[in-house]
Design a protein around this ligand. Structure first.
Ligand code: NAD
Ligand code: MG
Length: 406
């Protein structure tokens, strides 16, 4: 049915049964914190984790899900034994097919798509195909498969609730229940805010020497390592630009990016009459997660009230695409369409992994993506097979660029 259409029906039935994909991650932890505050409304049906499996076992004891999905059979056996010993009935499943299984299970109402990167594509699409209410954090899935993703949403009647904070903010600033064309509802521009990351004021010269720890030390948000590096290169904002185009049916030219270091204004919508609606709040993922879970109602999230006097000032500045070329590359890919966003995302995942493992410098991330985009022709991507093909080709090409530039 589209963006945020069915949630009213789902939440009026009673307890929502939730599947949290990526439960051991940063978004997973914020989601479970919110769920635990409202045991009368939410029940954990399934959890998944790929690493930090001891943490995952503890989550099973805490939330007693029916299923938990782990990466492989070896862990499946040992964790199952320990959960039985602990008196739990949780069934331990293994592998990517099991993520698809729990995401589309008939007893699930809501799927929180919080796996990082392309690893979340298949399970997110399974939830979409099954017509679930989906709290979408895994922006990479939408960037990779936008056309297919939105077509499946229309066909299945799935409800997409964005929990990326900017997109959740935009959702809240748009009129209720209408997500047709932006011009039809009088929207002139969508304005995405970006903190600017840890290197907002770092000179171009020093950028080539920054370390992984510096890149992962985000000034305002606490997040997983991949998205932290994306925030430091501004690729996160580039991926979010593409995400906004799909979610809100917006051409790239209608989506602007502005740097806002305080991360208090989460995004804005500019209307033709000169009204600009903004969403403000403390930078805490429990705000968009609570909104998306409870919508159209509101519920307590555990986040303290915004203290405007403490914030005192809100600053805005233009993004510097010379020092942070990833934003420009993402806008170009959004405009080119077809396989360009798939190539952008794949090359970025390869380049960020190379940076995180000490194989390339921070400033080479953009160069690897640029090289990969320039060496591959854009092709149309409509089917999942075409998406996966374009992704695999781009990963091979990007690995060559890692070798050539490092
Ligand atoms: P994270 O690294 O903290 O957690 C990632 C989760 O995915 C973990 O549970 C991990 O075990 C799982 N995972 C990793 N590789 C996997 C694989 N191959 N197969 C299955 N599961 C795998 O990341 P995060 O910060 O929670 O981000 C998750 C997603 O949400 C990303 O797409 C990110 O862009 C998006 N997001 C995060 C935030 C945030 O504040 N952290 C905000 C907005 C959007
Ligand atoms: Mg965001």
């Amino acid at each position: 049915m589209g963006i945020g259409r069915l949630s009213a029906q789902v939440s009026s039935i009673g307890t929502q049964r939730i599947c949290v994909l990526g439960a051991t991650g940063s978004v997973g932890a914020s989601t479970l914190d919110v769920i635990e505050r409202h045991p009368e409304s939410y029940e954990v049906f399934a959890l998944s984790g790929y690493s930090r499996l001891k943490e995952l076992e503890k989550l099973c004891v805490r939330f007693r899900p029916q299923y938990v999905v782990v990466p492989d059979v070896e862990h499946q056996k040992s964790i199952q034994r320990r959960l039985i010993d602990a008196g739990l009935k949780t069934l331990v499943l293994a592998g990517a097919d099991s993520l698809d299984f729990v995401a589309s299970h008939q007893d699930v109402d809501t799927v929180v798509a919080a796996i990082v990167g392309s690893a979340g594509l298949s399970s997110t699409l399974s939830a979409v195909r099954a017509g679930k209410k989906i709290l979408l954090a895994n922006k990479e899935a939408l960037v990779m498969s936008g056309a297919l993703f939105m077509q499946l949403v229309r066909e299945s009647g799935a409800t997409i609730m964005p929990i990326d904070s900017e997109h959740n903010a935009i959702f809240q600033c748009l009129p209720a229940r209408t997500h047709d064309s932006l011009s039809a509802i009088g929207v002139r521009r969508i304005i995405l805010t970006a903190s600017g990351g840890p290197f907002r004021t770092t000179s171009a010269q020093l950028l080539s020497e920054v370390t992984v720890d510096q890149a992962c030390a985000h000034p305002t948000w606490s997040m997983g390592r991949k998205i932290s590096v994306d925030s430091a290169t501004l690729m996160n904002k580039g991926l979010e630009l593409i995400e906004a185009c799909w979610l809100f049916n917006a051409p790239p030219a209608k989506v602007e990016v502005v740097i806002h270091p305080q991360s208090v204004v989460h995004s804005l919508v500019d209307y033709v009459d000169g009204s600009v609606l903004a969403h403000l709040g403390n930078p805490d993922m429990r705000v968009p997660i609570s909104h998306a879970l409870a919508w159209p109602r509101r519920m307590e999230s555990g986040v303290s009230a915004l203290d405007l006097l403490k914030v005192a000032r809100l600053d805005f500045e233009p993004p510097d695409e010379e020092r942070f070329p990833c934003l420009r590359l993402a806008r170009q890919a959004a405009t080119a369409g077809g396989s360009a966003p798939v190539i952008l995302n794949a090359a970025n995942e390869v380049a960020v992994q190379a940076f995180l493992t000490g194989r390339t410098a921070f400033t080479q991330i953009a160069a690897i993506i640029d090289g990969t985009l320039n060496s591959l022709a854009e092709v149309p991507v409509v089917t999942l097979e075409q998406v996966l093909d374009a992704d695999a080709t781009a990963r091979r090409e990007a690995s060559k660029w890692v070798g050539a530039l490092s």
